[in-house]
Design a protein around this ligand. Structure first.
Ligand SMILES: Nc1ncnc2c1ncn2[C@@H]1O[C@H](COP(=O)(O)OP(=O)(O)O)[C@@H](O)[C@H]1O
Ligand SMILES: O=c1ccn([C@@H]2O[C@H](COP(=O)(O)O)[C@@H](O)[C@H]2O)c(=O)[nH]1
Length: 436
């Protein structure tokens, strides 16, 4: 999954209700769509309405009657909005619960996932009201449309789209919408970098803004080309063992095991370095330059990848990563995609392949092959419980003794860890049982 290498550009679009904020945003995205390299895909628009605080049943009844203030700052969960924007700015995928204006509430179980993008446009009546949110924006736009036009549009919109009657609309407008606009929204106009009179009709203003975004995207693309970090994959797990000798039989000096909280990534740079990063911290960095190609080998299965290499002090370092799934692709698809790149730089075999291309052969150039067993053999040994084996070629490196075998299977393999491996074990078990 590729994602933006530099911080996204965050644009805020404020303005009174029905001033034309969403129409301006639509126009910006549409104009970007005309661009050759589909830059519109790199823009996400988020509406403030999804950040309403949940209402009680009683409050919803009042809102239905037009007797609840939906335009006051307290109606919004500004903390949630702040953390959501911060997460997006930090390159994280966010999940937004959809709000339905017709029912005055969020839709149960309906979420929109927003993946990291280059440009985020946040639109809503009060997006510049909260200082800490306001400070996040790189560019602030205020759509300025006169009150009569806004009211006329609101009447039409609320009657047609939201099924409201005129009395409801005018009641809420007089009691809440108009005063709140004057008290909380209009005073934020002064924070805007660009004021857009007449909204989307103002093609000069919209063109200028689109041009600004284009320039930003181009700069971003150029930086991505120059940037060493060119390919990224999200991980859900990372673990590493360091052995005291290049030989796989060495004892473990250090073990680190890490489940992701959504910030773990594998990055492959155009300078052929492989990084595991958490936030901005580097957990692992391997040079995959052609000159050192023979020193890195590995294997993969399903959504898991295991790489081995010898460190400068002749220690053997083996690390495993498990790829996260995204909305469109499973973890195993991401793993396959990553393997496609890595195979150009190091020796990788599919763990499910037959023994001749198995782990032991892959590793024979650098590591004593005698102490490594191929996966099928390992499973056979594991299941037949003939001897104590060391699962160093797989996920855990503890020697497994016969008496602990069942416990090991239950504890580690039955956990949905490395699903393909688990299913392989099950398949083996079944076929062995049938043979018996
Ligand atoms: N420039 C415009 N000319 C005519 N109608 C417009 C214009 N901009 C918006 N509208 C209409 O006004 C209503 C509210 O517009 P919208 O963009 O949703 O405003 P906001 O997001 O500020 O509430 C919609 O029905 C939209 O079609
Ligand atoms: O459930 C709801 C929530 C909000 N509103 C009204 O919407 C406008 C703000 O949305 P815009 O898209 O910026 O116009 C605000 O005036 C709320 O009163 C609603 O009617 N129902």
């Amino acid at each position: 999954m590729s994602s933006p290498p530099v911080k996204p550009f965050l644009i805020g679009v404020a303005g009174g209700p029905c001033s034309g904020k969403s129409t301006v945003c639509e126009k910006i995205v549409k104009d970007l769509e005309c661009l050759t390299d589909n830059q519109a895909n790199r823009v996400a628009v988020i509406a403030l309405e999804h950040f309403y605080r949940p209402k009680s049943a009683e409050q919803r009844v009042l809102a239905t009657r037009g007797d609840w203030n939906l335009d006051h700052p307290v109606a919004f969960d500004d903390e949630l909005l702040f953390t959501t924007l911060q997460d997006l700015l930090n390159g994280k995928t966010v999940r937004i619960n959809r709000y339905d204006v017709r029912t005055f509430s969020h839709i149960d179980g309906e979420y929109e996932n927003i993946e990291p993008v280059d440009v985020i446009i946040m639109e809503g009546i009060l997006v510049f009201y909260f200082p800490q949110i306001r400070d996040l924006f790189n560019m602030k736009l205020f759509v300025d449309t006169d009150a009569d036009t806004r009211l006329a549009r609101r009447v039409l919109r609320d009657m047609k789209l939201h099924g409201r009657n005129l009395e409801h609309i005018l009641n809420s407008y007089t009691n809440y919408v108009k005063p709140a606009f004057e008290d909380f929204c209009l005073p934020t106009k002064k924070y805007a970098d660009v004021i857009i009179p007449r909204g989307a009709d103002n093609s000069v203003a919209v063109d200028l803004i689109v041009q600004h975004i284009k320039d930003f995207l181009k700069q971003n693309t150029d930086m991505a080309v120059q940037s060493p970090l060119t390919q990224h994959w999200s991980l859900i797990r990372y673990s590493v063992d360091i052995h005291n000798s290049a030989n796989s039989g060495g004892t473990i000096l250090q073990r680190q095991f890490d489940r992701s909280d959504g910030q773990l990534r594998l990055s492959l740079t155009s300078t052929q370095q492989l990084f595991v990063t958490r936030d901005n911290d580097i957990e692992e960095c391997i040079d995959l330059w052609p000159t050192v190609i023979s020193s890195v080998t590995g294997t993969y299965v399903g959504d898991a990848l295991l790489l081995y290499y010898i460190t400068g002090n002749r220690c053997r370092r083996e690390f495993r990563v498990q790829f996260a799934s995204s909305d469109t692709q499973k973890g195993s698809d991401h793993c396959e995609n990553c393997v496609k790149y890595l195979k150009k730089l190091c020796k990788l075999t599919n763990m499910n392949d037959n023994e001749t291309s198995g782990v032991e052969q892959t590793m024979s150039t650098t590591i004593d092959a005698n102490s490594i067993v191929s996966t099928p053999d390992m499973i056979k040994l594991l299941l037949s419980q003939q001897q104590t084996i060391k699962l160093s070629s797989y996920y855990y490196s503890e020697p497994i003794h016969n008496e602990n075998m069942t416990e090991f299977l239950e504890k580690y393999l039955i956990e949905p860890t490395f699903p393909d491996f688990v299913s392989t074990v099950y398949a083996m078990l079944e076929s062995m049982a049938k043979k018996k």
